[in-house]
Design a protein around this ligand. Structure first.
Ligand code: ZN
Ligand code: ZN
Length: 646
């Protein structure tokens, strides 16, 4: 038998090593049998362990709490803290109220800080204001710890004025409070105010600089972010990742890559956050060559054992048009593959139209004992719809709910409508929407309208358009879709009338934008943009290509072929200037023979561009891979991998 103090220490040290509820319950059993069952120190530690340290044990900590006679302030605080970090943060108010009602106890600064955090996480201003007045009553409002959480709470609830007022009332704010005030301004969208507070800070730590950097990057103020980055006395991994990811998310891929190169040059260790960040930039930009270099780097730097980096590589290769490499990365992954990895490869195969392979991998995943989640099913249904596998898609949709107990979300219903719509089963798609247990959103109706436009069903298109007009009247894309339905049927009067409505309501169309990677630099072409050196060269080359296509392949522009041009892009007058044509022409001019042209387009490829790409691939003996908004097209020898089904 150990001495009492020793036994306490022993229990606490063993508890610290427990990583799950099962082990913790065993220790609890031991405590109950020993003389420590009413020891507040040991019990407090046990409660903290369940409520905060391990996951999925919050419910157990609630039970423990209710069975302990006379819990003290620390125990109440522990429960408040655990609940504030849970999925239901507002419930942290309950133990706080209970604590206030205890005649022998009173809330301390920790009680207020934790419960304010819970309110901030639930973004409920009203209880926040009440807590503020109670803090005032207890004299905690100027307490540095409580004050800082008050600032964050007001910021999370969108009340920048109150956040500022609390800050200004602090007599001697420390650097944490200053940082909270900067974050609060950014959180409320007050970029200028954040700069102002930052400028007045008497003392800054690295966190302060990183807060500024992240705030500017998130607000899209990249010039300001760059200035802070240059000015900061010390840069750590967080600063570098913030720049890389910030620039990538704002579409400035060149700069993002530039920062990554600089990071390597400076000999600063990289981490998985910046690596996955820069890989996702590659994926978005379709920068295959740069992605390959990164892959080499990942291998050398020993990151191939990190799951998230592998997943990012799979995604990058898929989105850069090389699904074979994506598969290779997947096959060579060390250790067990997570659901994220399986979903990434299934999505990759789906994008490229390898529906059957995607389904096969799904079955392999099931056999390996990994449970699919809702996102896996989205990829799988997408795979079915892009390969015309209607029956299979329906089977998976049922299986998702019946076998795996996953309630279909609006996205899954959208996939099913797309599945029926693409396969020309428009009536079935319409009935499916009408029978949905959740009310369809504009995206669902738009999917059906798109299908109507492809398959030329005027009656249904008009009905659907009427629904959309109620839900989202200002959407130019819907007007274009309907006008395409009329155009296919040769109803030019109706086409003209829609065009008029759009001009009258000055509806803007999304400009087409295509990117191509040449020598690891990304070139971007936007339909209708002002000419510059690069676009001039592209236009010149395109003229030459078109002449050759006319002469050698009898090409004639499909001005009225709007069949697939179902998106927002302008047609007749500018069909020859579509951005993907310019990108392809520039690629032909710049890339050495034998290299694949990889183009990323923000909208769907139109029928005319699709034909032109096929002809270019044949006459110039070049492989072109185009990723448009919904899938990949791989053009070779005059054919496309989509078999003209997109
Ligand atoms: Zn086009
Ligand atoms: Zn195609």
């Amino acid at each position: 038998m150990m001495g009492e103090g020793m036994e306490e220490e022993w229990v606490v040290s063993v508890l610290r090593k427990c990583s799950n509820l099962k082990q913790t319950k065993q220790i609890h059993g031991h405590i109950l049998k020993s003389g420590l069952r009413t020891d507040p120190f040991v019990f407090g530690k046990l409660l903290l362990h369940c409520a905060v340290s391990i996951s999925d044990a919050l419910h157990y900590s609630l039970r423990l709490f209710h069975h302990f006679p006379n819990p003290d302030t620390f125990m109440h605080n522990t429960l408040i803290r655990g609940l504030s970090l849970s999925q239901t943060p507002l419930l942290s108010l309950h133990p706080f109220i209970q604590l206030r009602r205890q005649p022998s106890l009173s809330p301390d600064s920790f009680s207020f800080a934790f419960v304010l955090k819970g309110v901030a996480n639930s973004r409920q201003l009203r209880p926040g204001i009440q807590l503020h007045s109670q803090a005032l009553h207890h004299g905690f409002d100027t307490h540095i710890f409580v004050g800082t959480t008050l600032i964050s709470m007001y910021a999370e609830c969108g009340d920048s004025v109150s956040a500022r007022r609390v800050f200004d009332k602090m007599s001697e704010p420390n650097v944490v409070a200053w940082n909270a005030a900067v974050t609060a301004s950014f959180r409320c969208g007050d970029v200028e105010g954040a700069g102002d507070v930052f400028g007045r800070m008497p003392l800054r730590n690295l966190t302060s600089w990183n807060v500024m950097l992240a705030g500017y990057a998130k607000a899209g103020e990249l010039g300001l972010a760059r200035r802070v980055f240059c000015d900061m006395p010390l840069r750590d991994e967080v600063s570098w990742s913030t720049m890389i990811i910030g620039f990538a998310h704002n579409g400035c891929f060149d700069e993002a890559f530039g920062f990554f190169r600089e990071l390597l040059r400076e000999g600063i260790g990289t981490n998985e956050v910046s690596l996955t960040g820069v890989l996702s930039a590659c994926a978005q930009a379709g920068a295959f060559e740069f992605g390959k270099i990164l892959h080499g780097f990942v291998e050398k730097a020993g990151f191939l054992c990190v799951g998230s980096v592998n997943n990012a590589l799979i995604d990058t290769y898929s989105k850069c048009g090389n699904v074979a490499m994506a598969r290779l990365v997947f096959q060579n992954m060390p250790g067990a593959r997570s659901i994220v990895s399986w979903t990434a490869i299934i999505a990759g195969l789906a994008m490229h139209g390898y529906g059957e392979e995607a389904i096969q991998l799904f079955h392999e995943m099931e056999e390996s004992g990994v449970r699919p989640d809702g996102i896996t099913f989205i990829s799988l249904l997408y795979a079915c719809s892009h390969s015309g596998l209607v029956e299979e898609g329906y089977v998976f949709f049922s299986k998702m709910k019946n076998l795996y107990g996953i309630e279909p979300a609006i996205e899954h219903y959208g996939c099913m409508v797309d599945l029926y719509g693409r396969a020309a089963r428009l009536q079935k798609a319409y009935e499916f929407i009408c029978e949905m247990p959740v009310s369809p959103n504009a995206i669902i109706w738009r999917t059906l309208l798109g299908a109507c436009s492809i398959h030329g069903n005027i009656e249904l298109a008009e009905l659907v358009k009427a629904r959309l007009a109620e839900m989202d009247p200002g959407n130019s894309g819907d007007h274009v879709l309907l006008s395409n339905v009329y155009a296919v049927a040769g109803k030019w009067k109706d086409v003209a009338s829609i065009r008029r409505t759009m001009t009258e309501h000055s509806m803007k169309k999304t400009p087409g934008r295509s990117m191509i990677e040449i020598d690891k630099a990304i070139y971007c072409f936007v339909a209708g943009e002002k000419p510059n050196e690069v676009t001039k060269e592209a236009h010149e080359k395109l003229r030459e290509i078109m002449l050759r296509l006319r002469a050698e392949a009898g090409y004639a522009p499909q001005l009225r072929s709007v069949l697939h041009d179902i998106e927002e892009e302008e047609k007749e007058d500018s069909v020859s200037k579509h951005s993907e044509k310019l990108a392809a022409a520039f690629g032909i001019a710049k890339l050495p023979k034998g290299r694949i042209l990889r183009i990323v387009k923000n909208l769907r490829v139109c029928g005319d561009c699709h034909t032109v790409m096929k002809l270019i691939s044949k006459i110039y003996r070049v492989e072109i891979i185009v990723r448009d908004r919904s899938r990949f097209h791989s053009f070779k020898d005059g054919f496309c991998s989509c078999r003209d089904y997109w």
